[in-house]
Design a protein around this ligand. Structure first.
Ligand SMILES: Nc1nc2c(ncn2[C@@H]2O[C@H](COP(=O)(O)OP(=O)(O)OP(=O)(O)O)[C@@H](O)[C@H]2O)c(=O)[nH]1
Ligand SMILES: [Mg+2]
Length: 334
């Protein structure tokens, strides 16, 4: 048996150290990671993937930690991937892990991994997808992905989940500003954490108003295609899910049963409505596009000398070459 098969088999057999080792190889883009991922792929597709995102400091890690405990109490095994925007050396990741470790340490039904947000954004998305698949293959029932909803890449990662939870909290300044409109759009469940703090009900009200506005815009947008002719593309299944707004006090473990129940309801809704399959197809499409883009760019830049690329940049700056022609020139290898 090759070392790669051994590693993949060890992961399938529940070997924690093999799991950690493989994830490190994925992060480092070690060549043998790809083969292990290919071997594990047939064993994926069973885990339910939940994304947790929101502004910095809203309590995402604390919610993830508390949610994991609730899910464990319900006998689900839980894998956690935290995309940490801060360098491991600045304390962010270390602190986050310490918080979680105190609660979940020693529980074999939980596996926690934080990944530093380094390298290219597309690379991080691909690596996160791979790590989630490894946890899936390793047999975790539920995989939680924590990302800070600060940039597009984090939003994209959260969007790869089946159910996306957006966490807000009172006291982040202007309640409506605290949550970016783009993030609100991807929420299947809204959580107002730190509900022990003053202003929680205002945050709930502000979010509800924003949701209602977004909903009205969405339903207005649905009239056009419905009136179209026969050759119109098939109408996508209508998302009639009502986004619940839940209050939690993650530090006191309050509101977590309701959150777990909302995830379960959303999961059932996706299945019954046909949205689950539709989104699975969209996810595959999006992932292929991202990976192709990354891979093609990497290959092209491998082929071209840095001097050739620098030369093209200089000529564009001097207005002697337009960017479109520059791309064609680079592709044609002249
Ligand atoms: N009062 C109160 N504090 C909370 C609650 N949940 C979390 N906190 C505190 O808020 C702070 C930030 O919590 P984290 O869970 O690290 O927040 P986060 O959103 O993961 O932060 P980043 O990952 O850095 O964006 C910590 O000091 C928590 O103890 C809560 O329900 N109530
Ligand atoms: Mg965190």
């Amino acid at each position: 048996m090759s070392p790669v098969d051994t590693l993949a088999n060890a992961v399938l057999a529940g070997d924690r150290r093999a799991l950690a080792r493989l994830i490190t190889r994925i992060e480092n883009r070690a060549p043998d990671a790809a083969a292990a991922l290919a071997a594990l792929f047939p064993h994926t597709g069973r885990a339910y993937i939940v994304g947790i995102t929101g502004a910095p400091g809203t309590g995402k890690s604390t919610v993830v930690n508390a949610l994991a405990r609730t899910l464990r109490a319900q006998d689900h095994t839980v894998g956690i991937v935290a995309i940490d925007p801060t360098s491991p050396f600045s304390g962010g990741a270390v602190l986050g892990d310490r918080i979680r470790m105190t609660d979940l340490a020693g529980d074999r039904g939980v596996f926690i991994r934080s990944m530093a947000n380094r390298g290219s954004l597309g690379g991080l998305a691909a690596a996160t997808g791979d790590v989630v698949r490894v946890l899936d293959a390793a047999g975790f029932d539920i995989v939680l992905i924590e990302t800070v909803g600060a940039g597009q890449s984090e939003v994209d990662i959260a969007r790869t989940a089946y159910t996306t939870i957006v966490v807000d909290a009172p006291g982040l300044g202007d309640d409506v500003q605290a949550i970016k409109a783009g993030i609100l759009e991807i929420a299947d469940i809204l959580v107002v954490n730190k509900a022990d703090r003053p202003g929680a009900d205002n945050t709930v009200r502000a979010l509800r108003a924003m949701l209602e506005l977004g909903h009205r815009l969405r339903s207005a947008g649905h009239h056009g295609p419905l009136l179209n002719q026969d050759d119109a593309p098939p109408e996508p299944a209508l998302d009639l899910w009502t986004v619940p707004i839940l209050k939690t006090v993650a530090t006191e473990h309050a509101g977590l049963d309701e959150l777990a129940e909302a995830i379960e309801r959303h999961r059932a809704y996706l299945g019954e409505s046909g949205l689950f399959e539709e989104r699975a197809r969209q996810r595959v499409q999006a992932e292929l596009a991202t990976r192709l883009r990354e891979e093609l760019l990497a290959r092209l830049l491998d082929d071209r000398s840095p001097a050739a690329v620098a030369d093209v940049i200089e000529r564009i700056l001097a207005r002697r070459l337009d960017p479109g022609s520059a791309v064609r020139e680079l592709l044609n290898g002249r």
